[in-house]
Design a protein around this ligand. Structure first.
Ligand code: SF4
Ligand code: SF4
Length: 375
């Protein structure tokens, strides 16, 4: 089997195909500190792409409450258990990836969920990790917690779905790295679903082929961010092109968050797919839980994020998140404002780092009214 370099685990690893980097790679950053679990992203995606027959239980975008939410049931807990010890030596992963742990005759370690496992997309919603005991709310860090984890296909650099398909029906577009299923070639064997550790490829029992998130490619081709990103109420999301660490552009907002400030981390990097959706860890959750989920950079990311008030560039990227539906290629912070530019270098958005506040007099004598200021 060829070996490829996976920078998220900082080492070479086995993968069935030679590494072939796309010209540029679709990506996004989700800030888990800001997600309110409103599911607007889920329904903007559903309304846009999966409202047809056979797609009733299909959510290309879902938001689950961790630690007890799953879609499909136990998708991560089950695979983490199968994978065995997941050890790191500094930034280098020393355990096995799902490709290296594959059983004979298969491309990757995985399992096929039962049909019923897809039937409870919001199981565990709003459930905290434990019972609130007397006075527990007075402690910092908070002993009782939950957080929302929004998920879409990661358009991985080394996709397990693609590696496992016996029909070679799955491909990664060279122009943007979006991973698609060729509906004509697919025969619905579901090897992709068995292999994808994130379970982000789904089966349509009516059309009898596999379907998955298409990265809103018609929008991306038009310079627009995806539906789930553009419609996010919490403004937690931002699309962008991601580079490898050695070619990172500090003026590119996603590169800045992932490679420069290192506040955005991959989900389960130990699986070995070099996935392309990144998460800013929730600061109220114990790092010992997050470390398994987001890798060894969690504490550093939380520490950097906590210092955002002293870091205008980081603050600038965060306030640009959700401020436009256009794709931001570069950003700049100047005179207390964050400015975003498109591919041609034209300004597309400008946001103040600090929201202006207007305090009005309680008694407006001119109009003869009393007013209450609200925030
Ligand atoms: S997340 Fe799953 S479906 Fe998406 S590209 Fe990666 S392996 Fe394929
Ligand atoms: S729309 Fe945004 S805030 Fe609402 S659930 Fe989705 S990611 Fe979270």
């Amino acid at each position: 089997m060829p070996t490829v370099f996976n920078w998220q685990i900082n080492r070479e690893m086995e993968y069935p195909y030679e590494a072939a980097l796309p010209e540029r790679q679709f990506s996004a950053v989700f800030d888990l500190n800001k997600c309110i679990g409103c599911q607007t992203c889920t329904f903007s995606c559903k309304g846009g792409w999966t409202s047809g027959r056979g797609q009733e239980y299909m959510f290309w975008n879902n938001v689950e409450t961790k630690p007890y939410g799953f879609y499909p049931m136990a998708w991560d807990a089950r695979l983490l258990d199968m994978l065995g010890p997941q050890t790191w030596d500094g930034d280098t992963y020393t355990g096995k990836t799902i490709f290296e742990a594959a059983p004979p005759g298969r491309a990757a370690l995985g399992f096929l969920p039962d049909e019923e496992d897809w039937a409870y997309p919001n199981i565990g919603e709003d459930e905290p990790n434990g019972i609130v005991s007397d006075g527990a709310y007075l402690q910092i860090p908070h002993p009782v917690w939950h957080f929302y984890l929004p998920r879409i296909c990661n358009h991985c650099q080394f996709p397990a779905c693609l590696a496992a398909c016996p029909r070679k029906a799955i491909y990664k577009r060279p122009e943007d790295g979006i991973v698609l299923v060729d509906q004509q070639r697919c025969r619905g064997y579901r090897e992709c679903m068995r292999a994808c550790p994130y379970k982000k490829i789904m089966y349509n029992p009516v059309t009898r082929v596999s379907e998955k998130c298409i990265g809103c490619f018609p929008r991306v081709e038009n310079g627009q961010q995806t539906l789930c990103v553009a419609n996010c109420i919490g403004r937690i999301r931002m699309n962008g092109w991601i580079h490898t660490p050695d070619t990172a552009d500090p003026e590119n907002p996603v590169d800045f968050l992932v490679h420069v400030r290192k506040v955005a981390l991959p989900l389960y990097p130990q699986f070995g797919l070099q996935m392309n959706i990144y998460y800013i860890p929730p600061v109220h959750v114990p790092p010992r839980y997050l470390r398994q989920m987001l890798g060894p950079g969690v504490e550093r990311a939380i520490e950097t994020y906590r210092q955002v008030h002293d870091d205008p560039d980081l603050l600038g990227v965060l306030v640009l998140s959700g401020a436009t539906d256009r794709w931001i290629n570069k950003f700049l912070v100047r005179d207390g404002q964050a400015i975003g530019f498109d591919e041609s270098g034209a300004e597309i958005v400008r946001v103040p780092l600090k929201e202006p506040a207007f305090i009005r007099a309680f008694h407006d004598a001119e109009r003869g009214v009393f007013r209450h200021n609200i925030t």
